[in-house]
Design a protein around this ligand. Structure first.
Ligand code: M6R
Length: 605
């Protein structure tokens, strides 16, 4: 949720900290701040709002040091103002925190009784004071931190500076991720690999419960039990161009247009990974698929695919519901969790719950070595590359591409698909990059449609079968970046209530590829048209031929897309909806990459 950076360098670390914060601003943009160690003590500067406010402040104030930490916040406890911005400090200690301290009220009361005064409304501020409490009793920095951690309940990733130890950054993870980076003459800390110094060629993921004490010359790592441990260093795969918008105004636009490549790479990579996956779908009795947000809509699409192609019963759940539902699990079932970030707290907790039930788990993640990837028995990595726009686009189509490959494997292993049919379905998938280029080629038309929504109060999206989740995703994209009220419905459900919302000219997007549900979807469109709604049909040539224009009160506006199948239409049609949402948001002047109230990865419950 929040983003953490830390850096130790031979040179002033302030520019590095700012660069790191800029790379992870998608994790939260309610406020930003940094602390550096100076010979005159810990110096902290912070500002509410986006990082540029902090950058402006730093332009007008001298701040430099060789060791520092920084933070970009997504508010949980306390409003998003400067007082509540991190780092939270006292004279001796400065702390940046991602997560939630659940027992902060009790600790605050106790520390206040001990004479500490609080400046903020945050849960985090108890941490520096708790550490200072132990320092005052003669504990070393490391022992004070240990004693403080022993009092904390909840989840956290922490970066800590001590005034009396000018060489080190201290770090701890419990429930929230932390990564170390190593390069020539510098060490860095981050809540994900994007936060690290761009020159770091090696990275190391802290494991759950780990603590680290890092300096330019040494790293000391201990595990949950305080035992010294080594963790594997790996090559840093983040490339500089991943962090830049290149010629695009927003990351979201860059990421939508990258999809022909990311899908091609994901299809190829998944097929390779599946040859090594030791899972036999003929032995699996049932599937559970768990995810949040857009990733949940990928699960919804996959339910149709697995049931129709592989004859597998599938239960799907949003992770926040699943983890407290107490669902009895079949021991021969497989649970698939889907997450772009691999760090979503609800999904991670649901996965852990499934593991405690003794059932097999498979993770589909975009971020390699993420907590979810490590927790699952098996994991597959989509090849979307870093997704920075808060609204998920290329990660979603990459998830669907991976799921489609798994469906084919399952169908073959369950004897429901022979080699020829499997090859021809794989061919269809391989056509997607070219077909998506054709969708991108009609960008001006989609732009005009998006812009035409700018005065709409509401918009609705309907579809049947695999297009129902795409209707949901189209609505989510529109609402999260344009703030237009948008809902997705299964087209057949419309008449059971939502149709009451249709007024004259209410935009209704009808997802109508030529599939088994087409006739029924078109009938539902007529129902909207009969109530003077504004129908915008996304379909192909065959859908157009099937449409009986005479029966429509007014002919629908039509977005003509390439021909597709039930396996490819969700991936193809969503790209058009992403572009429509993007241009609707632009026309409303939204900050598309950083929409209000949101953050990229939700690492709190
Ligand atoms: O990283 P995850 O895929 O686990 O994230 C799940 C959701 O938080 C995410 O998809 C969210 O709904 C996006 N803002 C959608 O655009």
């Amino acid at each position: 949720m929040c983003g953490i950076v830390g850096s130790i360098h031979h040179q002033n670390v302030v520019p590095t900290l700012l660069q790191g914060l800029s790379n992870i601003e998608y994790r939260g943009y309610d406020s930003a701040g940094i602390s550096v160690l100076t010979p005159r003590g810990i110096k902290t500067l912070k500002r509410s709002g986006k990082l540029e406010h902090l950058r402006n402040l730093l332009d007008s104030q001298q701040l430099s040091g060789f060791c520092g930490i920084g933070h970009t916040r997504w508010a949980t406890h306390g409003e998003p103002n400067e007082r509540n911005a991190h780092p939270h400090s006292n004279d001796q200690v400065s702390v940046v925190h991602n997560g939630i301290i659940e027992n902060h009220s009790q600790l605050r009361q106790w520390l206040q009784a001990e004479g500490f005064s609080f400046n903020s409304q945050t849960d985090t501020e108890v941490i520096p004071h708790l550490i200072a409490y132990y320092l005052a009793r003669g504990y070393s920095p490391q022992k004070s931190l240990n004693a403080a951690l022993a009092n904390l309940k909840g989840s956290f990733a922490l970066g800590v500076l001590f005034d009396q130890d000018q060489q080190h950054i201290y770090a701890a993870r419990r429930g929230s991720p932390l990564v170390l980076g190593f390069g020539e003459g510098n060490v860095s800390l981050g809540s994900d690999a994007m936060a690290l110094n761009i020159n770091d060629d090696r990275i190391l993921y802290l494991e759950e419960g780990d603590q680290a004490r890092i300096s330019l010359n040494s790293i000391k790592l201990v595990d949950n039990n305080g035992k010294a441990v080594q963790r594997k260093q790996r090559k840093n795969e983040i490339r500089h161009e991943h962090c830049s918008k290149q010629n695009h105004r927003f990351y979201m636009h860059k990421e939508i247009l990258q999809q022909p490549d990311t899908i091609a790479q994901t299809l190829n990579h998944t097929q390779q990974q599946l040859t090594e996956l030791v899972l036999d779908f003929s032995k699996i009795s049932r599937l559970n698929i768990i995810a949040c947000g857009t990733s949940y809509y990928a699960a919804m699409v996959a339910k149709y695919w697995f049931e129709q192609q592989a004859g597998l019963c599938v239960d799907i759940d949003t992770a926040s519901e699943f983890r407290y539902r107490g669902a009895p699990l079949d021991q021969n079932s497989l649970t698939i969790v889907i997450s772009q970030s691999g760090e979503t707290a609800d999904t991670l907790a649901a996965l852990k719950h499934v593991r405690t039930q003794g059932c097999k788990t498979l993770a589909i993640v975009n971020v390699i070595a993420s907590s979810i990837a490590r927790e699952a028995h098996f994991s597959l990595q989509t090849q979307a590359g870093p997704e920075i726009g808060v609204a998920s686009t290329k990660a979603f189509t990459a998830q669907l591409s991976t799921l489609a490959c798994i469906v084919l494997k399952a169908a073959k292993e369950r004897q429901l698909l022979d080699a020829d049919n499997s090859a021809s379905l794989m061919d269809e998938l391989q056509q997607l990059p070219t077909q998506i280029q054709q969708v991108i080629a009609i960008e001006p038309e989609l732009q005009a449609l998006g812009e035409s929504l700018s005065d709409s109060r509401d918009a609705y999206f309907i579809g049947r079968g695999c297009s129902f989740p795409i209707a949901m995703e189209g609505a989510l994209k529109l609402k999260e970046i344009s703030y237009i009220h948008a809902e997705g419905f299964s087209a057949g459900e419309l008449k059971h209530g939502p149709i009451a919302l249709i007024e004259e000219n209410t935009p209704v997007f009808v997802i109508a590829p030529a599939d088994a549900w087409l006739d029924k979807t078109l009938s539902n469109m007529q129902e909207v048209s009969a109530r003077s709604g504004r129908c915008i049909m996304l379909g192909d040539q065959h859908s157009l031929t099937t449409l009986n224009i005479e029966q429509c009160q007014a002919p629908p506006e039509v977005v003509l897309l390439p021909c597709s199948s039930a396996l490819t239409s969700p991936i193809l049609y969503v790209v058009a909806l992403q572009l429509i949402a993007y241009y609707a948001a632009l026309s409303k002047g939204s900050d598309v990459d950083q929409p209000r109230n949101l953050a990229k990865s939700v690492t709190v419950e």
